[in-house]
Design a protein around this ligand. Structure first.
Ligand code: ZN
Length: 338
């Protein structure tokens, strides 16, 4: 059982840091470079970073990175990131290091500096935790950054995440057209976001009052989560919605869940199908009339999402084991007895 889920609102600075750096869908590698520069400053105990120093160090990170490998820094095969273009111009002799630093200062930070603290879709979650900004002038680094523990380990995590993103971008680039047409299909079928709170009592009834992801009691801290990321499916259909702790929801972010959660979702949906709730009909019309068809349709969406966002699974919070989750076992037993 995962005890960290009980600490639903007591995040440490390290938790915030890891949520920012390690979770969520990164469209490019900018956050990793900025995180690396911030950790250098934390190690050196600097409380301020001028825009010039920031630009120079940020550029050096990309120069080092792209010197030894030329892995893509974002998903689209026909594009380069700003930093890839600047580094390419230095390598081609079109730009000196010094003029490149100025270009970085002018062009590279409009996304990453304001959005660094965003987790998932939540821009308020950790806002200003690790620095505050006078855009174009300086970053003021906070005590939360300067007092982060295990900076060496955090640095290794950033480096590992950076490599993982590059690996995912390689896969995405080779699948790019397919991934895009899948996103388009879901986008066309999509509709506006609805308030999800009214679904909570209903879902809770089929979820035994426990968090879908960790199996611990839910209490008052309930989030409605899209198992397959909403940013791909673009809908709020009940067959894809579960209840979870905010902590578990944050850990999962927009990532693809492991297979066992799909098996569990199929079982949860069959649990609803075994009742007389009016939404039973909605699930049948979305997924199919028989358990076999429904499982197949859900699997089909899961496979599509894999193609659309790349394969980077989330298997649950640390220590979560589906085979010792009583709710999971009960659902699977029910399903097998049908
Ligand atoms: Zn949980």
């Amino acid at each position: 059982m995962n005890k960290s889920c009980l600490l639903t609102t007591n995040f440490s600075n390290r938790d915030y840091w890891q949520a920012i750096v390690l979770y969520g869908l990164n469209a490019a590698t900018y956050k990793m470079a900025l995180a690396t520069v911030l950790l250098q400053s934390a190690r050196a105990g600097e409380s301020e970073l001028s825009w010039g120093d920031l630009s120079e160090r940020y550029l050096k990170e990309y120069l080092t990175r792209l010197e030894t490998n030329s892995q893509p820094q974002q998903s689209n095969p026909s594009r380069l990131t700003k930093m890839e273009r600047i580094v390419a111009d230095i390598k081609a002799g079109k730009e000196s290091f010094d003029t490149a630093v100025v270009r970085v200062a002018d062009e590279a930070f409009s996304d990453v500096i304001p959005r660094f603290h965003t987790v998932g879709r939540d821009s308020k979650f950790a806002q200003d935790t690790f620095y505050t900004t006078e855009f174009g002038r300086k970053l003021t680094l906070t005590d939360a950054l300067l007092s982060l523990p295990d900076v060496t380990q955090l640095n290794e995590e950033v480096a590992a995440r950076w490599s993982l993103l590059e690996g995912a971008f390689v896969i995405n680039q080779s699948n790019y057209d397919l991934a895009n047409s899948i996103r388009d299909i879901y986008l066309k079928d999509g509709y506006d976001r609805k308030p999800l709170a009214p679904t909570i009592p209903f879902l809770n009834g089929y979820q035994g009052n426990v968090c879908f992801y960790c199996g611990e009691a839910l209490g008052d801290d309930i989030h409605v989560d899209h198992v397959l990321p909403r940013q791909v499916l673009n809908h709020d259909e009940i067959w894809n919605l579960v209840l979870s702790h905010s902590h578990c929801n944050m850990l999962k972010s927009d990532r693809l869940v492991g297979d066992h959660f799909i098996t569990k979702l199929i079982a949860r949906n069959e649990n609803i199908m075994g009742s007389n709730h009016p939404w039973k009909a909605k699930i049948a019309s979305a997924l199919g009339a028989t358990p076999h068809k429904r499982a197949k349709t859900l699997q089909y969406h899961y496979d599509n999402v894999k193609v659309a966002i790349g394969v980077s699974y989330w298997g649950g919070a640390e220590g979560y084991n589906p085979s010792s989750d009583p709710f999971y076992r009960r659902l699977i037993t029910q399903l097998n007895n049908k």
